[in-house]
Design a protein around this ligand. Structure first.
Ligand code: ADP
Ligand code: MG
Length: 220
């Protein structure tokens, strides 16, 4: 279970303070598919980044299982992010000079898995996302939908507890976006992963177990 308790985030505390999150609390059950919706600027990305340990909260706590993410020191936090969290970004953030195989292998290399295990797991994952014939391609040779599939494969290759997807279909055409969503949902079902997805898409939100709506740094 994930427990978010009274999270606040003040940007620019010393200059012109801006409260992006004003005391957000909620829980997410294991294996749940949760959508976060709300207008641009309502604090969705800030909340996801804090939950995933990519950014720090000003006050409040985030617990994942029995661990307090908001208390983790940097060494444990890096390990936690790499092993327990998958993050699918709208802007992909792939390594441009590494091929698809190496991009997906990255979190496993950080975990110091054996070359044999890396090869097996990456190849399995590439089959799942339908990119087995692109293993040696660099990202610039891929379409947007293919890049997002690489991102999903990289996020899931460690079999993380929680996957965050921040507007994963925002840069894709409708048809490609729908196939990416389906992929994410199928994996959530197959692997029992908790998935938290930020979306502007009502159809996508309607397919989730629960929808949380953000407004001006609060849950509405
Ligand atoms: P959303 O993802 O819902 O569009 P964000 O979490 O990105 O919203 O941003 C919430 C608010 O915080 C916005 O008003 C945004 O301008 C502000 N904000 C986001 N990041 C920063 C930052 N690094 N510094 C200052 N303000 C920020
Ligand atoms: Mg955002």
């Amino acid at each position: 279970m994930i427990q978010v308790e009274n999270i606040t985030k003040i940007y620019n505390p010393k200059k012109i303070p801006f409260a992006a999150l004003k005391g957000v609390s909620f829980e997410v059950q294991d294996g749940e598919l949760l959508a976060i919706v709300g207008k641009s600027g309502s604090g969705k990305s800030t909340l996801m980044h804090i939950m995933a340990g990519l950014d720090t909260a000003t006050t409040g706590t985030v617990r994942v299982g029995d661990e307090v993410v908001t208390d983790m020191k940097s060494k444990r936090l890096n390990q936690f992010r790499n092993e327990s969290i998958g993050f699918v970004f709208q802007q992909f953030f792939l390594f441009p000079n590494e091929n698809v195989f190496e991009n997906v292998a990255y979190p496993l290399r950080v975990m110091k898995k054996s070359p044999e295990e890396i090869t097996t797991r990456v190849n399995e994952m590439l089959v799942k996302v339908g990119l087995e014939d692109k293993a040696k391609s660099v990202p610039s040779k891929l379409s947007g939908g293919q890049k997002q599939r690489v991102c999903i494969a990289r996020a899931l290759v460690t079999n993380p507890k929680v996957v965050f997807a921040d507007e994963p279909t925002g840069n894709l055409d409708t048809e490609t976006g729908e196939s990416i969503e389906q992929l994410l949902f199928d994996m959530q079902k197959d692997l029992g992963t908790t998935v938290i997805v930020v979306t502007h898409d009502d159809d996508l939100a309607a397919k989730c177990d629960r929808v949380i709506k953000m407004k001006d740094g609060n849950i509405e």
